[in-house]
Design a protein around this ligand. Structure first.
Ligand SMILES: [Zn+2]
Ligand SMILES: [Zn+2]
Length: 241
């Protein structure tokens, strides 16, 4: 199985990542990818860029080194209502969007009921294509409800290589990702594989994701980013175009 496009990465401007757009594109090309999504942290992440950065992304070429670039954002989910930290009108103009819970930004309760409701509220938003790393045991989720609502709303659920790295800081990620994937098989819900690269060498490195896919015998047809065309047709925003 070939993953043609990495759907989750960060550059220097996210504040805790280490390469430029050009360096990331060049590495994606060297690794044989056809596409790379660059999804900078939205403004509430300490050290990341502000609103104008996202509003001005139209000036950046969408192809470098033969790699198609999807320029977007990783939104911060702020509270139980599913508030995000960029205006929906701005997110709609981007190429792709992920919404994730991050400890410095999310202020709601961390019970399974509240976190699940939080994700459900976010998935209702038309401008949110992907739920990022819903595998973090610090934010417990009812995976059956998550997966069913993802299917209903056409939101993609991410399997995040950074989370699954044994040296990572999220908790029980492998067990949680496997639980989510079992429900995705049952309900035929699409997933997307993201490396969450914060440095160029991590682009396209899916070693931990592949382990989990093999262990769950996960079907390739439910993976959105095996080709650029398939991915683009699976993004919510493509349906409006
Ligand atoms: Zn994240
Ligand atoms: Zn990220």
């Amino acid at each position: 199985m070939k993953i043609e496009i990495d759907t989750h990465s960060h550059t220097l401007v996210s504040g805790h990542a280490y390469n430029t757009i050009r360096e990331m594109a060049q590495m994606a090309s060297e690794k044989g990818l056809k596409g790379l999504a660059i999804t900078e942290h939205a403004p509430k992440m300490p050290g990341s860029v502000g609103l104008y950065y996202f509003q001005n992304l139209r000036v950046v070429p969408r192809e470098m080194y033969g790699v198609r670039l999807l320029l977007g954002t990783e939104l911060n989910i702020m509270d139980r209502e599913g508030t995000i930290d960029l205006p929906e009108s701005v997110v709609e103009e981007l190429d792709i969007s992920i919404a994730s819970i991050h400890p410095p930004c999310y202020v709601g309760e961390r019970t399974k009921e509240v976190i699940t409701e939080t994700f459900l509220n976010v998935m209702k938003k038309e401008c949110v294509d992907i739920i990022g790393h819903p595998d973090d045991g610090r934010f417990p989720v009812d995976y059956e409800r998550l997966v069913r609502t993802a299917k209903e709303t056409g939101t993609l659920l991410e399997v995040n290589n950074g989370s699954l790295n044994p040296g990572g800081f999220r908790q029980n990620t492998k067990e949680n990702a496997k639980k989510m994937l079992e429900y995705c098989k049952e309900y035929e819900t699409m997933v997307v594989l993201g490396t969450d690269a914060h440095v160029d060498v991590s682009i396209g490195d899916y070693r931990y994701v592949m382990e989990v896919l093999e262990e769950t015998h996960f079907p390739e047809e439910l993976i959105a980013n095996t080709s650029l065309e398939k991915l683009c047709s699976c993004l919510k925003r493509s349906r409006k175009a």
